[in-house]
Design a protein around this ligand. Structure first.
Ligand code: ADP
Ligand code: MG
Length: 468
């Protein structure tokens, strides 16, 4: 038992600390729910209590269950400093004092807030708020070709969390296509079917904040233990972790722990794993262990269904032709679609106007115009070649002339920055290159911007054209 505890602790604290504070400990007796350990001195005991009580609790609770107790025996130090091991043979007056550490201390934090969910004084009975939004359910997540795989994988996972090969389940796709909705729906469904399971929904951004906070407050271990208590962990928008190596590291750790223990992990991302940038390889490869399911832009029929769903939910009726008009004209994503129909309803009730095709046209027109014009790879090629006064064929040509190569690389760089296209897509659009060429181009440009003043000016000039 103690060795298992030690292994767990070793994985979670610094090597030096482990050597100093845990290697000298001897396990001396084990009863059904208590472990006796011997420590070298009173000071040692106090230090452990002060610094390592939480990890000891977690380790022991894992081994012995919730009622576990840890009892310390302190080695006696005699006058000349020789340490005598604890032994039952000693006269009782010389027996080392026994300290008892009750592990099932009362839970002080009955209702931990999201801001600080990792204050966990008693590992037992901690109630973790799931942070789920029950308005997002499977019932109101309409199915279409664009989301069928993701939706049914989500259902499968809900029925058997941790018990399918979809672990992790990674849902990816562009903004406003329903990733967050589906992620909540899975969590809500699991809570319905398995109320005893601890489910947590968290955005990668909040996760990162919590982690950074924990480092600052030196409660990194608590942070990790907290996450290790979860049965179903849902992390939304993991692309947010890119470039954040500390957070990736801690997430890797947590992920492994959960996965090894048959716990379910659900992730969402705005990109496929192959297109994720600045995420460690070992994490990426784990993301691919389970199933990656894409949600695509819904086709017009699904858009109509979604609109009907919203109208039904809000108890509004609307002529079929108007619904179709909206569905045909708002194509960007589901969020915009919802926005358009809601503003149409609002307009009509505000101004007490009947919902006519006329009104629908006005609202949708305004809506579509307000939506920021999407920057496409074509548009980027045009802007860049105009700026350098060449045509796009030259930009894309096979020439190795330096200024053309650099212009082409710059176009690739902007395409990566401003579009959601994959590196492979960017490469094939801009002169039929492969994804490695695009990656190389982006790095070259990063470098040039830093080192070459003139080049930076080119970049800044062109950049302005995209970021109005
Ligand atoms: P994402 O997280 O992918 O950016 P969201 O999950 O926030 O997108 O979805 C945006 C909005 O569109 C939400 O209000 C969501 O309820 C709605 N939505 C998306 N997909 C569907 C769908 N298949 N059925 C019903 N509503 C949907
Ligand atoms: Mg989202």
């Amino acid at each position: 038992v103690w060795n298992n505890c030690l292994n767990f602790i070793k994985d979670n604290i610094q090597e030096q600390a482990f050597k100093t504070w845990f290697e000298p400990i001897q396990a001396i007796e084990l009863t059904e729910n208590a472990l006796y350990i011997q420590v070298p001195s009173q000071f040692f005991y106090e230090w452990l209590e002060e610094h390592y009580v939480k990890i000891l609790k977690v380790a022991l609770t894992k081994e012995l269950g919730a009622g576990a107790k840890l009892l310390y025996k302190i080695q006696m130090e005699n006058a000349i400093g020789n340490k005598q091991p604890y032994t039952d043979q000693l006269p009782s007056t010389q027996r080392a004092p026994v300290r008892t550490q009750e592990l099932d201390v009362p839970v002080q934090n009955k209702n931990p807030e999201l801001k600080n969910p990792f204050i966990i004084p008693g590992i037992r009975n901690v109630k973790i708020e799931s942070q789920l939004n029950s308005n997002y359910s499977f019932d109101n997540f309409l199915e279409g070709d664009s989301n069928r795989l993701a939706r049914s994988a989500g259902l499968a996972v809900s029925n058997k969390p941790g018990g399918t090969s979809f672990n992790p389940l990674l849902i990816f796709g562009g903004v406003g296509l329903g990733k967050t909705h589906l992620a909540h729906a899975i969590g809500v469904e699991i809570k319905d079917l398995y109320p005893e399971k601890t489910v947590l929904y968290i955005s990668a951004e909040v996760f990162t904040q919590q982690y950074v906070d924990s480092v600052r407050k030196q409660t990194r271990n608590d942070f990790i233990y907290f996450y290790q208590l979860i049965d179903v962990l849902i992390v939304d928008d993991i692309q947010f972790l890119s470039g954040k190596s500390g957070t990736q590291d801690v997430f890797f750790h947590i992920f492994n722990h959960l996965h090894q223990n048959g716990k379910q992990v659900i992730l969402t991302s705005d990109k496929a794993p192959v297109d994720m940038q600045d995420i460690e390889q070992r994490l990426l490869s784990r993301f691919k262990w389970g199933l990656s399911a894409e949600i695509q832009n819904p086709d017009v029929d699904t858009r109509i269904e979604i609109l009907k769903g919203i109208l039904y939910r809000d108890g509004v009726s609307m002529p079929e032709e108007i619904i179709e008009y909206v569905a045909q004209n708002v194509k960007t994503n589901v969020r915009e679609l919802e926005g358009a129909i809601i503003s149409l309803i609002a307009q009509s009730s505000f101004n007490k106007r009947e919902i006519t095709l006329e009104l629908a046209k006005q609202v949708v027109d305004k809506f579509v115009k307000n939506v920021k014009k999407e920057i496409t790879i074509d548009y980027i090629q045009k802007v860049v070649s105009d700026y350098f006064q060449m045509d796009t064929e030259t930009l894309c040509s096979k020439t190795r002339k330096r200024h053309i190569v650099q212009a082409r690389q710059l176009a690739m760089f902007f395409a990566k920055k401003y579009t959601k296209a994959s590196l492979a897509n960017i490469g094939s659009e801009i002169g039929n290159r492969d994804h490695a060429t695009v990656l190389h181009a982006c790095k070259t440009i990063d470098n040039l911007i830093e080192t070459d003043k003139q080049f930076r000016k080119y970049h800044d000039d062109i950049n302005k054209k995209f970021s109005i």
